[in-house]
Design a protein around this ligand. Structure first.
Ligand SMILES: [Mn+2]
Length: 437
């Protein structure tokens, strides 16, 4: 076992020299693997340095809620050293960013991430080299002291006073986001029904769109409103924004700043999510992406842990769309609930999976793919994808990360650092609390 690293400087979790020492032990093997892969790709006419440059340009956001143990609907088993407030969550996100160099933004959720001074919070994040991604509102659970309950819905509730409270909360989130430097508000509501007849589908959607248009009218010009659909839960019979069709319908009625956000876990099993990506991009409404994986539904498992091929196919569609109509990159974010792992380790591992899927999609010979599609040759079209998917791109991803100042083996560095054990001494214990967040 290697030595536990020294106590770091206050403004960065780790000293650059600590990462350099780690990299010095791995650089010879990495260079050898990178050069061998470069020769193999070169024989196919692919320039490995060009792919690495694309990988260097890829980044995603981390959600603060994924820095703690989320648990399941049934229970939550915290670990010592979990973050207990927004400042500690930022520090853990800084660990992921400093080691992976692919996660420079953090997404906040209110009121969970409330702070007394958001300008100071922005400066605190900047000392870590972090910025802020979309802010997220929460009108799916009641808060202490709230005047009205969301038990029967929020933006789509039948009670106008409940809708007004939900609108106010979203406007408050926009105001906080302006101070933080965010450029988007993500809205997911659990509104819906649990019994046939409980709710009029049409009037409920009308109320939701009317309420959301009030929020939309308060958006700064350079902001986006990201609408996140989800098939079910907590409403198990009908959900107001249950699918991409409802989401698109709402976005188109609201206006050009409203876009759809696709969360990989928010569809029925086996749904062709990559086709949804292509559809939404075609109409210019693909606003964002939440990465996770699932076996059954909204499991929030680690990205690429169950179906890495689907992740690759999603990035294939994104690359295809980008080549056809260049435009702003969708807001990429991890959205996971960690039940049995150290959340930082899951975020590091998932970041690696997502960047790898992006890198593999960048290897696809698009001319060969299009040619096979146009000749109606399904096998060769499939092989164009398969040739890229089979490549182990680890050396490209690690080289890009190292050149940006990150660690070659992120998990090894993190474990050797003793970060969690140190935080277990410094941070107060987390309560047992409820399950999934
Ligand atoms: Mn999500």
């Amino acid at each position: 076992m290697r030595q536990i690293l020294e106590e770091p400087l206050a403004d960065k979790p780790f000293l650059p020299e600590q990462i350099a020492d780690h990299n010095a032990r791995h650089i010879a093997a990495l260079t050898d693997e990178y050069e061998a892969l470069g020769r193999a790709l070169g024989r196919r006419g692919i320039d490995i340095d060009g792919v690495k440059a694309k990988v260097s340009g890829f980044s995603l956001a981390l959600p603060t809620w994924a820095t703690g143990r989320g648990g399941t609907r049934f229970a939550k088993f915290p670990i010592p050293g979990e973050p207990t407030n927004i400042h500690e969550k930022l520090a853990d996100c800084a660990v992921v960013q400093q080691l992976s160099r692919a996660a420079p933004r953090v997404s906040l959720h209110f009121p969970w991430d409330g702070a007394s001074d958001y300008a100071a919070l922005r400066e605190e994040a900047e000392t870590y080299g972090l910025g802020f991604d979309a802010v997220n509102s929460n009108t799916f659970q009641d808060q202490p002291g709230a005047e009205h309950s969301y038990r029967s819905g929020s933006l789509g509730a039948a009670d106008a006073a409940v809708r007004a409270q939900a609108i106010r909360h979203n406007i408050d989130c926009i105001e906080i986001g302006k101070t933080l430097g965010s450029k988007a508000l993500t809205v997911w509501v659990g509104d819906g029904s649990n019994f046939p007849g409980q709710q009029d589908f049409t009037r409920a959607l009308d109320r939701y769109i009317e309420a959301t248009s009030e929020i939309y009218s308060r958006l700064p010009d350079d902001w986006q409103l990201l609408l996140e659909h989800k098939m079910f839960e907590p409403a198990f019979y009908s959900t107001i924004i249950s699918d991409w069709g409802s989401s698109l319908m709402a976005a188109q009625e609201l206006g050009p700043k409203a876009k759809c956000l696709v969360d990989l876990g928010h569809h029925a099993p086996n749904v062709n999510i990559e086709q949804i990506v292509a559809r939404l991009h075609r109409v210019g409404r693909l606003g964002g992406f939440h990465f996770n994986d699932s076996k059954y539904g909204d499991d929030d498992l680690d990205s690429g842990s169950i179906n890495p091929h689907q992740l690759f196919l999603v990035f294939n569609e994104l690359a295809e769309a980008e080549a056809r109509v260049p435009g702003p990159t969708p807001a990429y974010m991890i959205d996971q609930s960690h039940n049995v792992t150290d959340p930082i380790e899951s975020l590091l591992s998932s970041t690696e999976s997502i960047v790898s899927a992006f890198a593999k999609a960048a290897l696809i010979d698009r001319d060969a793919l299009h040619d096979a599609q146009d000749r109606d040759d399904p096998m060769m079209a499939f092989q164009a994808l398969r040739r890229a998917y089979r490549v182990d791109v680890s050396a490209i991803v690690a080289m890009a990360r190292m050149e940006a100042g990150g660690a070659i083996d992120v998990l090894e560095f993190y474990r050797d650092s003793g970060w969690r054990a140190r935080k277990a001494q410094e941070r107060k214990p987390v309560g047992l609390g409820a399950g999934i967040v």
